[in-house]
Ligand binder design. Structure first.
Ligand SMILES: [Zn+2]
Length: 484
């Protein structure tokens, strides 16, 4: 079906202009910025708007490429429960927030990487927006190393490693170094969760022995210095292996300093932060409902919030993801979701022991509206930077550009018509994330999606959900993506 989105203000990473967008077969086929009155054939210069074309008036609205969230955890088992958004409910929430592509993670739970990817596909196929995944490289030996290049045949070009979670997810430094070399040889990208697992294990054991069980001890036992030294350690390994490295969920000022240091020396290092690390602090964990803010790495200080915001604004940090991994605050109380009562065990599991509180927060739907209000609305970010951070940069870094992250002829017609003036008080009642709380409860937001298209299909129209489970497509990703 052919469709014309007429007269909207198109925002790319470097330009803002009024344009008409012609869509056919799920792709953008032409963009005309002449005068907003007609689409011309680029070869003949003649008007070529077919008479039967469906036209959507977007005048007075902004047009963004659909958001790309580089970091979500859907249907992730943790501590005898599971993250409360699965690949359907989480991608539906993403769409309501203007995000049309999500990158999840494959748990290395099966004997081989290939079998683990296969198991993930079974769970992911009900996604309502387009999706791919990074491979969690949580074990390493020569046999596994030999299998890594075959991930590319499965469309997976990224590996995530951890310097924390000893005995569970962590790789030793030597194995991270070897993984970086394999990645480099194959044009793949390694992503790092930076914390110091040894220090965390000692501090947690001491805290529990001393009878400290409240949520604030989650932050106290995961110190910021561990994130800083682990980031620099991994940058040094990447430099020695001459490989690119992407630092996920940056949460401390020191990581911004280390990233700046590495980039100034020409290292192929990049970074991501998440909205929660820009606004919340360890103090939030001391509230009576502090478990809501438990995620790993933890919230830090106001000075860290400020330095991360600065790093986002000055280009030290390339992307904003969410690390969306929601749990119910009280999983004994059901909520109504799509006409059914649903309760999934959540943060109450750790009411007597902070180490049993599932780690993670909702955010995939909140990302764009919260960042627009706080960043663009306050003048700290331009609309162009907003598009780069939330869509174009993640699409480029993760091998999806220009199919995703761009409004260009030939790109998928993943389009957000954004109303920069629409105001709303945000909160769990407005949210589609399948959990019983929202981190931004009561925030006054200005600017949100009005219509969201996935490959030319209208899936969100104001408050109406027009998408469905299974309409998302798996996105095979290419090796050799650029380092930004
Ligand atoms: Zn994560």
């Amino acid at each position: 079906m052919t469709m014309l989105i007429r007269g909207g203000t198109l925002v790319s990473t470097d330009r803002t202009f009024i344009a008409d967008i012609l869509i056919d077969g799920g792709k953008i086929i032409a963009i005309d910025e002449s005068d907003g009155s007609e689409i011309r054939n680029p070869d003949t210069g003649r008007r070529r708007t077919p008479p039967e074309v469906e036209t959507i008036d977007a005048s007075g609205k902004l047009i963004f490429p659909g958001g790309v969230d580089p970091h979500v955890h859907l249907d992730l088992p943790m501590f005898d429960t599971v993250s409360s958004d699965d690949h359907y409910s989480g991608t539906k929430a993403a769409a309501f927030g203007g995000t049309t592509t999500v990158l999840d993670f494959v748990s290395f739970d099966h004997p081989t990487l290939g079998e683990s990817v296969e198991a993930w596909h079974q769970k992911a196929e009900k996604a309502a927006v387009d999706y791919s995944a990074h491979m969690n490289l949580t074990r390493f030996n020569e046999k596994i190393a030999a299998e890594i290049p075959y991930l590319l045949e499965m469309g997976i070009s990224t590996l995530k490693v951890f310097t924390a979670y000893n005995g569970r997810l962590r790789l030793e430094d030597g194995n991270i170094f070897k993984a970086l070399r394999v990645a480099r040889e194959n044009g793949m990208l390694v992503m790092l969760h930076a914390e110091n697992g040894d220090v965390i294990d000692i501090l947690v054991a001491e805290a529990l022995a001393a009878g400290h069980t409240s949520p604030e001890w989650h932050a106290k036992t995961r110190p910021a210095w561990g994130a800083v030294e682990s980031a620099l350690r991994a940058f040094a390994l990447a430099a020695t292996a001459d490989a690119p490295l992407y630092l996920v969920h940056m949460n401390t000022a020191g990581e911004v300093d280390m990233l700046k240091y590495g980039r100034e020396r020409g290292l192929k290092v990049m970074g991501e932060t998440c909205p929660q690390y820009l606004f919340f602090t360890e103090d939030d964990l001391r509230r009576p409902d502090g478990a809501k803010w438990i995620c790993s790495p933890p919230m830090r200080s106001a000075a860290d919030n400020a330095r991360l915001s600065e790093g986002v604004a000055d280009g030290t940090i390339q992307t904003i993801g969410t690390d969306h991994c929601p749990f119910f605050q009280d999983g004994t109380q059901p909520i109504l979701y799509e006409g059914k009562m649903i309760a999934i065990p959540g943060k109450e599991l750790g009411k007597d022991d902070f180490t049993k509180i599932p780690n993670g927060l909702p955010g995939v739907e909140d990302r764009l509206p919260v960042l627009w209000t706080s960043g663009v609305g306050s003048g700290k970010l331009t609309a162009n930077q907003f598009v780069a951070l939330t869509s174009t940069n993640p699409a480029r870094i993760f091998g999806l550009y220009p199919r995703k992250g761009a409004l260009l002829p030939g790109s998928d017609a993943d389009i957000v018509i954004w109303d920069p003036h629409r105001k709303a008080r945000h909160g769990v009642a407005q949210s589609h994330q399948r959990t019983d709380y929202n981190l931004y409860e009561g925030w006054e937001l200005c600017g949100m999606p009005e219509k969201v298209f996935l490959r030319g299909q209208l899936i969100v129209d104001g408050d109406k959900w027009l998408g469905k489970a299974g309409m998302g497509e798996f996105l095979p990703r290419m090796p050799g993506a650029p380092v930004l």
